[in-house]
Design a protein around this ligand. Structure first.
Ligand code: IMP
Length: 417
């Protein structure tokens, strides 16, 4: 299919980086449509590990072109660092990276504001300035990439914004000095990549080019559908592609969801199946569950079929990729959450209310583990019986077909169904 969206169905870190990297071979363009450098894609390629935050992992695949859509918030400093990092590793960026002239830029004051808000809200953000940058965009005081590249407009907008925010920021002169010292130079390095990417994408679609859209974060961190207010400030759901890139919904051919064989979450917020015990610690260590962006340990828990079923519905996906199944190899018993209990009632649907989701108690079914390494297995039929049973149960509970299983970090460690 010419256009495919790859969306995370949990709280992010589902292993989308590997999936996108694996699929990128078949696509001409790989596009990011939301989020910013709060994301962290870890990809193991040719024995080397790459952690990318902003540029799609498709950049590692020779000849593929990468796009950053208008729905993304771009930290110019971090973007240039990432470009330099990739170039040092011998990866060619020239004529392969396109950044929307309508994306909004993150400036140092957004990061300071993120820190200040965190003291009040305690969301556990990445402190990369994501929320404050999106807040400026929506309140119509943001700075678009094209404004940034026009030095006069940029200077005027920075002045205006700092003045407006001075009550919260305190002394703004040091911030202003830093911006005017550093940011014009950074702009000159970025300029050659900036274009109207909605025109580019629509043109390429009409030429039948193959385009893969990758989400950052996951559905349960979606600002509209996630565990609000413990969410990010954008729309990781597949629908975000339309507003985040400027294409119509009729141009999306397929949505592929990505889920981990268990659940993780970084930062604060409700997590009904969280394991605060030895099993949780075991999964965290074996799954190397530490944030790619902040290094924070990820909270770990059992697979939550209520949450994933909800995410499957919101994204409209018929197929899912199940990642990190091998992490569960040694467990004697494995649980899956099939419903929530709250105030004497049973919920089979993911609740919207912050009060309810915070307090629900999971209802589990228990399956027997396979207690055997599944490393090196490339055929579904060769998996241990109990591993197959686990996969089939997930399919049945979430209402989507598992089309790919990841059982290791490299591209080769994959089982196609
Ligand atoms: P923000 O996106 O930095 O504003 O953080 C909001 C919430 O989203 C926090 O709970 C973060 O830990 C979480 N978050 C942001 N980006 C990621 C990600 O790439 N993976 C997992 N969690 C994330």
């Amino acid at each position: 299919m010419p256009t495919l969206v790859v969306a995370g169905l949990q709280w992010g870190d589902e292993g989308k980086g590997k999936v996108v990297h694996l699929l990128s071979k078949k696509f001409d363009y790989i596009v990011r449509y939301q989020g910013g450098n709060n994301a962290g894609h870890t990809v193991v390629f040719e024995g080397r590990e790459f952690v990318l935050h902003l540029i799609p992992s498709g950049i590692l695949e020779k000849g593929k072109k990468c796009i950053i859509g208008n729905g993304v918030v771009v930290d110019p400093e971090s973007l240039v660092d990432e470009i330099n990092f990739l170039e040092k590793k011998g990866i060619e960026i020239k004529n392969r990276l396109f950044i929307s002239d309508s994306s909004h830029i993150i400036l140092p004051y957004h990061k300071i504001l993120d820190g200040i808000r965190e003291k009040i809200q305690n969301i556990g953000t990445t402190k990369k300035g994501i929320g404050p940058c999106y807040a400026d965009k929506v309140s119509r005081s943001g700075i678009k990439m094209c404004d940034y590249l026009d030095s006069k407009t940029f200077a005027a907008l920075v002045e205006k914004n700092l003045k407006e925010k001075s009550k919260v920021l305190g002394n703004i002169s040091a911030i202003k000095k830093e911006i005017f010292r550093k940011y014009p130079g950074i702009a000159s390095k970025i300029r050659k990549y900036v274009t109207d990417v909605s025109i580019l994408i629509n043109d390429q679609i009409s030429k039948n080019k193959r385009i893969l859209f990758e989400s950052a974060q996951g559905t349960l961190l979606d600002v509209d559908f996630g565990t609000y207010p413990y969410v990010t400030s954008s729309n990781p759901v597949a629908g975000g592609v339309c507003t985040g890139c400027g294409i119509g919904p009729t141009k999306i051919d397929k949505v592929l969801g990505v889920v981990k064989a268990y659940t993780t979450r970084v930062g604060e917020g409700p997590f009904p199946t969280e394991l605060k015990d030895d099993t949780g610690d075991f999964i965290q260590q074996k799954g190397k569950e530490f944030g790619a962006t902040t290094g924070r340990p990820r909270r770990c828990g059992w697979f939550d079929a209520v949450a994933v079923r909800y995410a499957v519905m919101l994204n409209g996906c018929k197929e899912i990729v199940l990642t990190k199944l091998d992490v569960l190899d040694e467990l004697e018993k494995i649980k899956i959450c099939i419903g929530y209990k709250y105030s004497g009632k049973i919920f089979e649907r993911f609740p919207s209310s912050r009060e309810v989701i915070q307090e629900v108690k999971p209802i589990y079914i228990e399956l027997t583990g396979w207690q055997k390494s599944i490393k090196g297995i490339t055929q579904f039929n060769n998996l241990p019986f109990n591993a197959k049973k686990y996969v089939k149960k997930i399919e049945q509970l979430v209402g989507a077909k598992v089309s790919l299983i990841s059982n290791g970090r490299s591209r080769e460690e994959t089982i196609r169904l």
